[in-house]
Design a protein around this ligand. Structure first.
Ligand code: ADP
Ligand code: ZN
Ligand code: ZN
Length: 743
């Protein structure tokens, strides 16, 4: 016998409140998760509707007490059903409880007071109001507040409640009194906490070039004939992918459908957002991760009510409850931030494709450096591949030069800036052109260690090194633990203890020493702490208030600086040395994006890549802007070692504040994996990359198999085991399918 868990009200905060029903035989083949059903409920078995959120063969209660589902609500596939099916997909494929998955997908109405605006207007004619005012003022000791309010209302109507009580300082008792007398009226207006700027759509459009036109027309033709595919637009940096998206968006919206545009959070800048507003005006809304739950909820309500047609935002915008979704766009498809770092660890690309399937919508993925996953599927024909080979205005791609840092050192130059890069910088500065210098990672060199004995100072709560910050404090970048910097080594007593300066900060000093006249801006996590830190630095640079911009990967995203003619990549190797099978791919992506920053305007650009590994394939292929040969080499390597996309990996992480429990539980689970499916390759358990974080010990197990579903089955077996397990209750277990980072 099969049983269904049914949820009655999905906007309720407690989504775990489900009720179990028996699935009658005649419905067994038809019923799926997400469907709306009619069930007998409460005393008297009132017939009410609910949604099926799970189907199981194990009853959670005494079968005699369960009632059967009455019927399926036919011909209704409300948006809620789609979202519940999506949650089920996430639960199944990424490992989480249904409850966690539902909370990811469906915005919950919090008890947080809904912002309701109250407005005050006159309830009588102006004439009559003037008479009231005169009578009021004639009275001795009359209420000044009432006088002020009436005077103001004779000038402007309606008045905001907040304004009246706060600015005009009229007490609410006085307002209520005037209302009771019928002189004024108070009306509630629902306001959406709408962060956007009011704007009219502007009809002015860029004329697409030939390649762009062909791309857009092809997709539109498919849509017109009712075919929904997933496209991968592989276009070189600056090829005008966004213009192609907007052309197709226009088409979809004119058909009365809606569009979701995913953009990596880091690229969600004023510039990008304005491009969408300028084109589509008030039909657009924006989500970002700094919004409160209430704000998010409001944006989703606007989408549901049909007030907007386009939602632009990071990963979570994927769950916008548009009822007639026609198109999902994922820009910079390769970005690791499209994978959630918290449970459920879903990938926005796969989840978007599934949502599109449910909704009958089209998906467009775009990138200058597609992920191995997307590109391999595009060449196998699973996605349709569209290539944009030229830059939008026909500008040349930047010329690339590789500088071998080993030779540089041999010739006696120990500076972070090579001789060649220095020459080019001097040349550009003299021509009044701009320069970007790029250092992959902040902080990598900022940790505190002893130069006498090599002792590294670590966080007492996490298994990571402390970093030196301004103000003489050391900080843990994982938990925020802060302590005063030490003067002597706690291990050997030497006073030669200190930190290598954080890369970007040191680089800034060097540039200033070499070119005292140059105006330098630095952009990294330290200089962009304020809310608009990014924006300020980038606009200052765009306005040519500085000659050199130094930064981490933040500066390579989505900004067009026409006057930048030189890009310097200080240490291409840093990301190559990460202990992660993605390091080649990340290096190629970062270098290509960085090189792509040069020569966006009319003057051709040059990029200098400094590296200790000038022969490395990721370095060479990015210097040649040769994605295809990068892909071939990277794919061969993945195939050889059975890494995604050639195979699949399931990471299992066991966490516990009790070290013994973490170890014992991980051993038990590893054995369970091997017993469940002996053909699945099982590695570990071993300590996680950060073996202890915030006083919690972490052990990991990796499973490998080329059939994703077999990994799902092992996950299900573990889930089932954990449900009944009485031992090791201090542990928690997380799943991560095809992890993006080393656990
Ligand atoms: P991508 O997303 O591929 O990096 P964008 O869409 O941001 O490229 O386009 C790069 C720049 O070229 C933008 O400033 C854009 O306005 C401009 N652009 C794109 N297409 C055209 C076109 N057909 N004509 C003129 N300018 C264009
Ligand atoms: Zn020491
Ligand atoms: Zn810490």
């Amino acid at each position: 016998m099969l049983f269904a868990d049914v949820i009655i009200d999905i906007s309720h905060e407690r989504l775990d409140k489900t009720f179990q029903y028996i699935i009658p035989d005649q419905l067994v083949n038809e019923l799926t998760v997400g469907m709306q059903v009619v069930i007998p409920f409460g005393k008297g078995d009132r017939a009410i509707t609910g949604y099926v959120v799970d189907i199981t063969d194990e009853p959670a209660y005494d079968i005699d007490k369960l009632k059967p589902i009455a019927r399926i609500v036919k011909d209704s596939l409300p948006i809620e059903s789609q979202l519940i099916s999506l949650a089920y997909f996430i639960k199944r494929n990424y490992g989480s409880t249904m409850n966690q998955a539902l909370k990811t997908v469906i915005p919950i109405r919090r008890r947080e007071a809904e912002k309701q605006k109250k407005e005050i207007s006159l309830n009588i004619s102006k004439e009559a109001a003037r008479t009231e005012l005169t009578e009021l003022m004639a009275r001795k000791n009359h209420a000044i507040g009432k006088e002020r309010l009436l005077k103001e209302l004779l000038e402007v109507e309606p008045l905001d409640w907040e304004l009246v009580t706060k600015k005009l300082q009229v007490s609410s008792a006085h307002i209520r009194d005037l209302e009771a007398k019928g002189i004024i009226r108070i009306e509630k207006v629902r306001t959406y906490r709408n962060p956007h700027i009011n704007r009219e759509a502007s009809p002015k459009q860029i004329l697409l070039n030939e390649e762009q036109e062909a791309a857009a027309e092809g997709i539109k033709a498919d849509i017109d004939t009712g075919r929904n595919y997933t496209y991968l637009i592989h276009g070189v940096t600056g090829s005008g992918k966004t213009e192609v998206y907007m052309d197709v968006m226009d088409h979809v919206i004119s058909m009365g459908q809606q569009v979701i545009v995913l953009i990596p959070e880091i690229a969600l800048t004023y510039q990008t957002v304005m491009r969408f507003y300028t084109r589509f005006g008030d039909r657009v809304s924006i989500l970002n991760s700094r919004m409160s739950l209430g704000e998010r909820f409001d944006q989703f309500e606007r989408a549901k009510s049909g007030e907007i047609s386009i939602m632009v935002g990071p990963r979570s915008a994927l769950f916008t409850p548009f009822s007639n979704l026609g198109l999902i766009i994922i820009d910079e498809e390769h970005e690791p931030t499209y994978k959630s770092e918290v449970v459920p660890r879903y990938h926005a690309r796969e989840t978007a494709i599934y949502r599109a399937k449910l909704a009958g919508a089209t998906v467009i993925l775009g990138s200058a450096t597609p992920s191995l996953e997307a590109y391999s599927r595009a060449i196998s024909g699973e996605y349709k591949l569209i290539q944009l080979h030229k830059r939008a205005m026909g500008q040349d791609m930047a010329q690339c030069e590789i500088v071998d840092l080993r030779q540089e050192l041999a010739s006696g130059n120990r500076s972070m800036i090579s001789k060649r890069l220095r020459e080019l910088m001097a040349d550009r500065l003299s021509k009044h052109q701009q320069i970007m210098l790029f250092l992959n990672r902040r902080g990598l060199m900022g940790f505190v260690s002893c130069r006498a004995c090599g002792h590294v100072l670590k966080c007492p709560h996490c298994d990571v090194a402390l970093h030196l910050h301004s103000g003489g404090v050391m900080k843990c970048h994982y938990c925020g633990y802060t302590t005063k910097a030490m003067k002597t080594c706690p291990s050997c007593g030497s006073k030669y203890i200190g930190s290598f300066k954080a890369g970007t900060q040191r680089l800034e000093e060097i540039v200033k020493e070499l070119f005292p006249e140059a105006r330098v801006l630095r952009m990294d996590a330290d200089t962009t702490k304020g809310k608009d830190g990014h924006e300020e630095i980038l606009s200052a640079f765009a306005a040519h208030e500085a000659d050199v911009l130094i930064g981490t990967q933040m500066i390579v995203k989505g900004h067009d600086f026409a006057n930048v003619t030189l890009v310097g990549i200080i240490a291409a190797d840093i990301s190559l040395n990460e202990s992660d099978y993605h390091s080649g791919e990340r290096t190629f992506q970062l270098l290509t994006q960085a090189v792509g920053r040069a020569g966006r305007g009319l003057t051709p650009g040059v990029a200098v890549i400094q590296t200790y590994q000038p022969d490395n394939y990721a370095v060479v292929t990015s210097a040649n802007q040769d994605y295809d040969s990068f892909f071939k080499q990277e794919f061969a390597y993945r195939k050889l070692l059975s890494y995604p996309p050639c195979s699949h990996i399931l990471g299992i992480q066991v966490n516990s504040p009790n070290q013994k429990d973490a170890y014992a539980q991980a051993d038990i689970l590893a054995k369970l994996c091997k017993d469940t499916d002996p053909e699945v390759v099982c590695m570990g358990p071993e300590d996680a990359y950060v073996g202890k974080m915030m006083d919690v010990y972490r052990r990991v197990i990796y499973l490998k198999h080329n059939d994703y579903n077999r990994l799902v089955r092992v996950k299900d077996a573990i889930d089932k085991f954990l449900l009944d397990q009485k031992q090791y209750r201090s542990t928690t277990t997380w799943f991560d399918f095809d992890p993006i980072r080393t656990l």
